[in-house]
Design a protein around this ligand. Structure first.
Ligand SMILES: *[C@@H]1O[C@H](CO)[C@@H](O)[C@H](O)[C@H]1NC(C)=O
Ligand SMILES: *[C@@H]1O[C@H](CO)[C@@H](O)[C@H](O)[C@H]1NC(C)=O
Length: 218
């Protein structure tokens, strides 16, 4: 009896080992897990913001604006992929061979302090910015915080699709988006498996191919 169970368990293990380990939960697409990920924009309301359909599934990258400062923008899927890792709960940092880490940082926008810019800036990231475990998208602050009603938005400015964070209302000329994690392999770990010889990337939930998810199926 025991050996029969063992044999069927082994057979199951053998048949499933080639495919990624998917974590299934009712009502949401199944996630995989990875220490590296890129970010892809999911336009959450294409009915009220039809112009933003153009950038659905575009990828997040940085646009240099000054020494050690980049703004998060969207680029077409043919653009190079920017890969990130999550450093515990300390924030999200770029996987890179640079001498200094660049991390996702939020702060008040100069032209409208009710909105937050989203930077990829030298140094540590904004704490609490992390990938959710059930829905693999970037959350600002604890995902269980009931007061966290904000959303990332995409805004067309200076001929760039800039990503910002709107804590309360979607600003004029912007459209709400989620930043969804796509599983990637980290390319700049050192021989000890660390980034920048000090950070241990955490395993996060992510999607193998977020662009192919039909959200209305869930
Ligand atoms: C992605 O956008 C669709 C609407 O197009 C929405 O139903 C779905 O909830 C969104 N997913 C996430 C993770 O925001
Ligand atoms: C990673 O987290 C540690 C604390 O756990 C912190 O000291 C370090 O500065 C963080 N690295 C980055 C790039 O934020």
């Amino acid at each position: 009896m025991l050996s029969a169970i063992l044999a069927s368990t082994l057979a199951l293990a053998a048949t499933t080992s080639a495919s990624p380990i998917l974590s299934k939960r009712a009502g949401v697409p199944p996630t995989s897990s990875s220490t590296g990920f890129s970010l892809v924009a999911n336009v959450t309301d294409q009915i009220n913001y039809p112009w933003a359909s153009d950038v659905n599934n575009w990828k997040v990258s940085g646009s240099h604006v000054g020494a050690g400062q980049s703004r998060m923008i969207l680029q077409p899927s043919a653009a190079p992929t920017t890969i990130f890792y999550q450093n515990g709960t300390e924030g999200i940092t770029r996987d890179s061979s640079n001498d200094y880490p660049f991390s996702i940082a939020l702060g008040p926008l100069y032209s409208d302090p009710t909105v937050q810019y989203v930077g990829i800036n030298v140094g540590e990231g904004t704490k609490g910015v992390s990938v959710g475990s059930v829905v693999a998208k970037v959350d600002v602050g604890a995902p269980t915080d009931p007061t966290a009603q904000g959303t990332f938005v995409v805004c067309l400015e200076d001929q760039q699709y800039q990503i910002r964070y709107a804590p309360t209302a979607v600003p004029e000329g912007c459209a709400p988006v989620s930043l969804v994690a796509k599983c990637e392999a980290l390319e700049n770990l050192d021989e000890s498996g660390l980034e920048y010889h000090r950070d241990t990337p955490a395993a996060v939930s992510c999607y193998e191919n977020p662009g192919s998810i039909v959200w209305s199926d869930y």
